[in-house]
Design a protein. Structure first.
Length: 116
């Protein structure tokens, strides 16, 4: 157990399977739960400015976890619901220094009109 595990809480992410064409129509994959322990923190102004313009929202956070998640750069990014709001994984930065290996995960709120 890591020295920093006391700062982490449990989050349930959803991961969609690939999906498939059925009778010529695309059918989304089914979501599977991924339970991770992570520390949730606000982004700094500098971190927010480093995101692409379309991803800079007032509800963007960073998480630190030992689990690598899928980002919006893949076909099906992982997503999580926090306080009734859906967030998708925008970016994952590995920090594998062999002292306390972890990933910095950037999540951003999904607009209610967007489909995951």
């Amino acid at each position: 157990m890591s020295e920093f595990s006391c700062f982490r809480r449990e989050f349930i992410f959803k991961r969609l399977s690939g999906g498939a064409y059925v009778s010529g129509k695309w059918v989304k994959g089914t979501p599977a739960d991924i339970i991770i322990r992570a520390s949730l923190q606000p982004l700094t102004g500098e971190e927010l400015n480093q995101l692409p313009e379309g991803r800079r929202t007032d509800q963007t956070y960073k998480m630190y976890s030992s689990i690598k998640l899928r980002t919006v750069k893949t076909d099906n990014p992982d997503y999580v619901t926090i306080d009734g709001n859906k967030f998708e994984v925008i970016q994952v930065e590995p920090n594998q220094n062999n002292i306390i290996n972890h990933y910095k995960v950037i999540i951003g709120k999904v607009n209610e009109t967007d489909e995951l």
